[in-house]
Design a protein around this ligand. Structure first.
Ligand SMILES: [Zn+2]
Length: 334
């Protein structure tokens, strides 16, 4: 391109001279404006005309750019925050969303006065696109912004048992003064911590003393669109040592498989294998809302020390399992 230019220019400047002399004749005759279109039509002289047109387009592009909201999308809390630079003479903004890049746009919110809007209704784990339009005086509108995309993953880590819906403490299984509902808290905390380090939004009752029970959690899951519900337990004193993720349906089985694999990558513990269960609310009552798994982390008796001391590695393994299941870039080595 650059090499060609010189030659073309030389050729054109020759033509230009000719045309200019022609122009002066036309000017004398009072036809100064007339030759211009003829000039544009000439093939040899197309380069300077194109650059003139380019200059015009550039000007128009600049103008259009100044009249187009510049938008960015990032995770904010449990939603996606759409932000834009203030546009001159804008009175308010309208935000549009689609799950496809170039069609299916839906008005999300109009009359936004500030420079951002957080979409908390966006589906978990699904790439969403946003466009912003500025509204000016007399209903005049700016250009639509470019479509900018974002994705949020929401996960619920349910600490087994704990305070129930009637505000009564449910300890789960007990052995030697240890309570299941307390023993699994550090594992849940670690799982949440590692997920958050990967940008996953985590709901959990692990940091508030296991103060939500399963009924509350299921209600929350149904109204907050999460991708995964992980319900963390440990088994009673007569259970043998080892992990035992419980599932009912095929997608749950795949999640269970990922979780088990994740744990065994970071923790040395026996494996009781995946077990199918048809009687659990965690698996039955979340159907169509998220993919769930009830994970039996081990025996309250035989894995007691491991759960008390290796909770961080255990949580990392569970987080890794969720990331693998959701296709989130995996966690690093311990
Ligand atoms: Zn339990």
């Amino acid at each position: 391109m650059i090499k060609m230019r010189k030659g073309v220019f030389r050729l054109v400047s020759g033509k230009l001279k000719q045309t200019l002399s022609l122009l002066s004749i036309f000017a004398i005759l009072g036809f100064a404006i007339v030759p211009a279109p003829a000039f544009a039509g000439s093939e040899d002289a197309s380069a300077p005309v194109a650059s003139a047109a380019e200059a015009k387009t550039e000007k128009e592009t600049e103008k259009a750019k100044a009249d187009t909201p510049q938008v960015s999308v990032s995770v904010r809390g449990d939603g996606l925050s759409v932000k834009w630079k203030r546009l001159k003479s804008a009175r308010s903004y309208s935000v549009y969303r689609s799950y496809r890049r170039s069609s299916g746009w839906k008005l999300l919110k109009s009359g936004v006065i500030g420079r951002s809007y957080t979409d908390r209704t966006v589906e978990s784990g699904r790439k969403a696109y946003y466009k912003v339009l500025a509204i000016k005086a007399k209903g005049k509108k700016s250009h639509y912004s470019e479509a900018v995309s974002g994705i949020i993953y929401r996960v619920y880590i349910e600490t087994g048992h704990g305070t129930d819906i009637k505000n009564i403490w449910d300890s789960g299984c007990i052995w030697n003064g240890y309570q299941e509902a307390r023993l699994v808290i550090p594992v849940c905390k670690a799982t949440a911590k590692h997920l958050r380090s990967k940008g996953v939004y985590v709901y959990t009752d692990a940091f508030s003393g296991n103060n939500r029970n399963l009924k509350w959690t299921i209600r929350h899951v149904k109204s907050h669109d999460v991708s995964v519900l992980l319900n963390i337990h440990c088994d009673y004193r007569y259970a043998p040592s080892g992990t035992m993720p419980l599932y009912r349906y095929e997608d749950q089985k795949e999640l269970a498989r990922c979780l088990n694999k994740g744990v065994h990558k970071y923790v040395k513990i026996r494996d009781r294998g995946l077990v199918k269960r048809t009687d659990l609310d965690t698996l039955n009552n979340t159907r169509g809302y998220c993919v769930a798994c009830l994970f039996e982390t081990g025996s309250i008796k035989y894995d007691n020390k491991l759960l008390r001391t290796q909770y961080n590695a255990y949580g990392k393994g569970l987080a890794k399992g969720i990331c693998d299941y959701l296709g989130i870039e995996g966690l690093g080595k311990r």
